[in-house]
Design a protein around this ligand. Structure first.
Ligand SMILES: *[C@@H]1O[C@H](CO)[C@@H](O)[C@H](O)[C@H]1NC(C)=O
Length: 296
C-alpha cells in the first residue's frame, strides 16, 4: 500500500462505504434466519454428497467408511481396489467364520431358481467297500452347478467373493452344490474331509467348506459342531444327534469352516451336522475347496 492511499479522500471513501453498508442494506432479523438456513442446507447437501462419494476410487486412493486408503501396485491377477468383507470368528476349533450379509437377497433367490429344475436326492461319498451309502443319513435334495451354468454372472460373483474371503484360489474349487432340506430333512454328523482309513488314498483332500444360506429357516436347520473345542469327544456321541455349537441359517449369510489343520491333517472338530428342519425349508449352497487343482 502506498502512502498516497492515506489521503483524506481515501479515508472519506471508506467511511462512506461503511456508512452505506450499515444503513441501506441493514439485515433485519427474519433475513438473518433465512440466510443461516440457506448455509445450513448448503452445508448439509455438501456433506451428503461427500458421503455418497465414499467407496469411490480415485488415482490410487480409495475411500471406505470415511477412511482413505492408499492403493498398492498389484500383480497381473490382483485387484485395483481394497476389499472389505465383514466377518465374525465363531470358533478356532474348528476354525469357523461367519460372514453376515455375504450375498444379496436377489442373488439367493437367483441361485434357488437356477437349481430348482435339477434337484435330485443328495448322495453320500462312498467309503471303502460300499456300493451304496447308508440310508437316512443325508435326506436332502440337491444339484451341482458350475459358474458356466449361470450366464448372468451371479455364481461367478459369489465364487470370486468366496475366493477373497478364504484367500484360497478358485482353481481349487468344486462346483457349487445347491441343497434343499424340507421338513424333517437333515444330514447326520460327518466330516467333509476324507479320512484315509475310511475312504482309502485320495487324489486330493477337502481343505475348507464355504456355505451360503439361501433362505430363512423358521425352525431347525442349523449347522452344528458337536465336537467344538473338544466337547463330546469321549466316544459316547450319537452321530444322529444335533448338539454342540449351532450356527443358525439366515438368508444371505456366509459361513466358512476348515476341515484341515494348518499341517494338513484332519481336524475332527470340523465334524458337523445339518440339523433337521423343524419348520419351513432350508436352502443352502456349498462350495468345497480342495488342496489340489486336479481333485477327481
Ligand atoms: C497337526 O496339527 C494338530 C493341531 O495342531 C496336532 O494336534 C497334530 O498332532 C498335528 N499332526 C502332525 C502329524 O503333525
Amino acid at each position: 500500500m502506498s502512502t498516497s492511499d492515506y489521503t483524506p479522500k481515501a479515508k472519506a471513501k471508506g467511511k462512506a462505504y461503511w456508512h452505506w453498508n450499515t444503513t441501506k442494506t441493514k439485515l433485519d432479523f427474519p433475513a438473518v434466519i433465512v440466510f443461516c438456513c440457506f448455509f445450513f442446507v448448503f452445508g448439509f447437501l455438501c456433506s451428503s454428497l461427500r458421503s455418497q462419494v465414499s467407496g469411490v476410487r480415485q488415482r490410487g486412493r480409495q475411500l471406505l467408511n470415511s477412511v482413505e486408503y492408499e492403493l498398492m501396485g498389484h500383480g497381473k491377477t490382483g485387484d485395483d481396489s481394497i476389499s472389505v468383507i465383514p466377518f465374525q470368528v465363531i470358533s478356532w476349533r474348528p476354525r469357523a467364520f461367519y460372514f453376515p450379509k455375504f450375498a444379496t437377497l436377489e442373488q439367493c433367490q437367483h441361485i434357488i431358481n437356477l437349481a430348482k429344475p435339477y434337484l435330485a436326492p443328495s448322495k453320500l461319498a462312498l467309503r471303502k467297500g460300499e456300493s451304496e451309502g447308508p440310508q437316512d443319513v443325508r435326506t436332502s435334495m440337491g444339484t451341482f452347478l458350475s459358474v458356466s451354468d449361470d450366464p448372468t454372472g451371479v455364481l461367478d460373483a459369489i465364487e470370486e467373493k468366496i475366493a477373497k474371503a478364504t484367500k484360497l484360489p478358485r482353481t481349487h474349487y468344486e462346483h457349487f452344490n445347491v441343497l434343499r432340506y424340507e421338513l424333517g430333512q437333515k444330514y447326520d454328523s460327518h466330516l467333509d474331509a476324507f479320512p484315509v482309513e475310511q475312504y482309502g488314498p485320495q487324489k486330493s483332500q477337502r481343505v475348507a467348506t464355504f456355505l451360503v444360506y439361501l433362505s430363512e429357516v423358521e425352525g431347525g436347520g442349523e449347522t452344528a459342531f458337536p465336537f467344538e473345542n473338544g466337547l463330546n469327544m469321549d466316544g459316547s456321541y450319537d452321530f444322529k444327534k444335533c448338539i454342540g455349537l449351532k450356527v443358525k441359517p439366515r438368508i444371505g449369510d456366509g459361513f466358512l469352516f476348515y476341515s484341515l489343520f494348518p499341517n494338513n491333517t484332519i481336524d475332527t472338530a470340523s465334524l458337523h451336522t445339518s440339523c433337521p428342519v423343524i419348520k419351513g425349508e432350508k436352502w443352502v449352497v456349498t462350495k468345497w475347496i480342495r488342496d489340489q487343482k486336479d481333485f477327481f
